[in-house]
Design a protein around this ligand. Structure first.
Ligand code: COA
Length: 151
């Protein structure tokens, strides 16, 4: 296929954000502010990747390593490029870097109703964890609670 893959750099961030806004199935939040993405790229310069067709962004993946586990975010392929194995290639390249850095296991979140992504991961051998539930700590929500209590 006529595409190439390179490491994401800070100057790509505005275009990455515009790209993700067009992709159903991705949740964009505070971690997708440019300053937050700069931190992500600085910590993970080799596992955040972009696929290009000419100068058109056609795919992305953000791979993070925290010193113990790897985490996959924003694996996305432009609809017109889907089912050409680009998602698989991006994911495999990212996984190879995470493994090299020492990640023994890699996790990711998928929205329950994102049946396309779930089929994709299951086809590639990812295991759906039925034995755990995901908990999150949201600094903004806890700050609001504290302010409400003290106010
Ligand atoms: C999930 C996604 C990245 C897959 O990218 P892709 O390039 O189309 O995937 P691939 O071509 O590498 O697919 C590999 C295999 O996975 C399976 N697969 C992929 N998409 C599928 C779908 N929508 N339904 C069922 N199976 C699917 C197929 O078995 C496919 O092989 P095949 O085409 O020979 O049958 C893409 O659909 C996407 O960008 N979705 C929106 C964003 C998203 O939900 N990302 C995941 C967030 S966690």
């Amino acid at each position: 296929m006529d595409y190439w893959i390179e490491k994401a750099r800070p100057e790509h961030i505005p275009e990455m954000i515009e790209f993700w806004k067009k992709i159903d199935g991705l949740g964009l939040g505070r971690s997708d502010e440019p300053w937050a993405l700069e931190i992500m790229l600085a910590h993970n310069p080799d596992s955040c990747l972009i696929a290009w067709h000419g100068d058109t962004m056609i795919g992305t993946v953000l791979g993070g390593f925290d010193g113990r586990r790897g985490m996959i975010y924003h694996l996305a392929v432009l609809p017109s490029w889907r089912r050409c194995k680009l998602g698989k290639v991006l994911l495999e390249r990212c996984l190879a870097v995470l493994q090299q850095r020492g990640a023994a296991k890699v996790n990711l979140f998928v929205y329950r109703d994102n049946s396309g992504a779930r089929s994709f991961y299951e086809e590639l051998g990812w295991v759906l964890r039925e034995d755990i539930q995901a908990y999150s700590w949201d600094y903004m929500v806890s700050l609001e609670k504290t302010l409400t209590k003290s106010g």
